[in-house]
Design a protein around this ligand. Structure first.
Ligand code: NAD
Length: 498
């Protein structure tokens, strides 16, 4: 499909129909206020759609619908095998509509259509299917206690789960929340980012078609400080499950404390180190992987390999190989299947990234390539792939998550020093490690303070593996059976047999 040309995808985009209203209690409705906001195509700067702007009034309606559906048992009390069937139908519909979903993803947030087709849409379908498949195979427990009692440890759905997600992988991040939350029997209110609301609304249409009962899955497009905050402060929301920045994640934990101590799971930012040891086996692979790790999805990836920490003995050779590959990552029209790097999500994000670059230049950081806006004539928000070499660990571009196509390189002499540089961050989402020695691989991966460690690769993973962060990258885990734990309460029942 991605082999079609730019003209084909432009035509598909013109013909694409998609919902733009909120989805509450099984129906697409205007926001109570009647207000809409503009969703902008970041590749052109043009308005893509006017979308219902939900706020606290719509949150009230959605929470009430979600609670009523939950209490009715229409979903929460379904036998797991029946929830599985509905989720499988939902996943099949996502698969059948993956072209439309991928196109929406590309138009709404600027990612290359080839990536949206090969990763985002199929990954969302797989996540929903996988969680559905899992749910009639997980058992509860009987505790090993005295024979005078039967001690049951059972799991119950939480009730109403609010999922607040970011714009960098709108479909995938949504599916990581709604897959396990729905599978475990909860009612869900999804609030997509105001920068990328369209694929979530399309999902709502498919959920309805799949027979997910009214009120069980709701989608509220709107801003974080209005709709998002109202969800996080709501006394009748049992859980807030979030992916986004650490700054907002911290606020949501506070909102939980200020309201009903709702369960609060935060998947937050990263500044992930990619550590290349002197005994790296395959420098070509390491170089190709290092550029992909930072330039894939325009660097708008929570696990972007944004800090390359390389042993002095291989530094020059690695950098030369990387620079030879940078041409493959020049930004282009996201609808062109040959494009490997698309547009930044909006002008704010582009300016934020450019400000980091300008500050680093002013502080004397050594720029190897890029460092400026690209394709300004498009009206869109593109940035050239940018690499700074041998950067001082104290600079902001080393410390802060930039969330753009900007790589900083640091050099080390002793492995302990490399590990210390890698761990010198408030984040702990992912880390990479390149070595041909098994002892170094095991010992160093243990020493790296990160939720995921990639040895001789970057971005390896599967639905079967938990995903989440140490330190200020968050708490809880998405994906794998561990994700189910977030959306259930444990109940201990002691039945006296005397
Ligand atoms: P963001 O924190 O600005 O927004 C995320 C979501 O929170 C959006 O839906 C937004 O509307 C909402 N929000 C904002 N302010 C709010 C408030 N006061 N109350 C309630 N909701 C509010 O993040 P972003 O810019 O959309 O996404 C980029 C961030 O997401 C990066 O930091 C990235 O690392 C992180 N991220 C993390 C993971 C992970 O799995 N750890 C995955 C993808 C992205």
């Amino acid at each position: 499909m991605a082999q079609q040309d730019l003209a084909y995808w432009q035509q598909q985009a013109r013909e694409l129909e998609f919902p733009t209203k909120a989805f509450i209690n099984g129906a697409f409705v205007d926001a109570q206020s009647g207000i809409t906001f503009s969703s902008i195509n970041p590749a052109t700067g043009q308005v893509l759609a006017e979308v219902a702007e939900c706020d606290a009034a719509d949150v009230e309606l959605a929470v009430s619908a979600a609670r009523t559906a939950y209490q009715s048992g229409v979903w929460s009390n379904l036998p797991p095998a029946e929830r599985k069937q509905k989720l499988q139908s939902f996943a099949q519909l996502i698969e059948q509509h993956q072209t439309q979903l991928a196109l929406l993803e590309s138009l709404d947030m600027g990612k290359p259509i080839g990536d949206a087709l090969s990763y985002d849409a199929p990954a969302a379908a797989r996540c929903v299917a996988w969680n559905g498949e899992a749910i009639d195979k997980v058992y509860d427990e009987v505790a090993p206690v005295t024979s005078e009692a039967l001690a049951l440890v059972t799991r119950e759905a939480l009730g109403v789960v609010a999922a607040i997600v970011p714009w960098n992988f709108p479909l995938v991040m949504a599916s990581w929340k709604i897959g396990p939350a729905l599978a475990t029997g909860n009612s869900v209110i999804l609030k997509p980012s105001e920068k990328s609301p369209l694929s979530a609304l399309y999902l709502a249409q498919l959920a309805k078609q799949a027979g997910i009962p009214d009120g069980v899955f709701n989608v509220l497009p709107g801003y974080g400080h209005t709709a998002g905050q109202a969800l996080a402060l709501h006394m009748d929301v049992d859980c807030i499950t979030f992916t986004g920045s650490t700054a907002v994640g911290k606020k949501l934990v506070e909102f939980s404390g200020q309201s009903n101590l709702k369960r609060a799971f935060m998947e937050c930012g990263g500044k992930s180190p990619n550590l290349v040891c002197a005994d790296v086996a395959d420098l070509d692979k390491a170089a190709a992987t290092a550029v992909a790790a930072i330039f894939y999805n325009q660097g708008e990836v929570c696990t972007a390999g944004s800090r390359l920490i390389v042993h002095r003995s291989v530094h020059k050779a690695l950098v030369d190989k990387m620079l030879a590959l940078v041409d493959n990552w020049q930004p282009g029209n996201p609808l062109d299947p040959n494009t490997s790097m698309g547009a930044m999500v909006d002008e704010v994000q582009m300016q934020r990234v450019l400000a980091f670059i300008d500050q680093a230049k002013a502080q004397g950081a050594k720029l190897l390539c890029g460092g400026e806006q690209a394709l300004p004539e498009s009206g869109g928000y593109f940035i050239k792939p940018t690499i700074f070499d041998d950067v001082d660990a104290k600079l902001d571009i080393v410390k802060q998550e930039i969330f753009g196509p900007v790589l900083v390189i640091q050099v080390f002499d002793e492995l302990e020093q490399g590990i210390a540089l890698a761990n010198d961050t408030e984040y702990g989402l992912a880390a990479g490690l390149w070595t041909s020695d098994i002892n170094t691989a095991v010992r160093t991966s243990r020493a790296l303070r990160a939720g995921t460690v990639f040895v001789n690769n970057w971005d390896g993973g599967d639905m079967t593996m938990p995903f989440g962060g140490f330190k200020q990258s968050g708490n809880g885990r998405d994906k794998s059976l561990h994700a189910l734990e977030k959306y259930t309460e444990l109940k201990s029942t002691w039945i006296d047999l005397t």
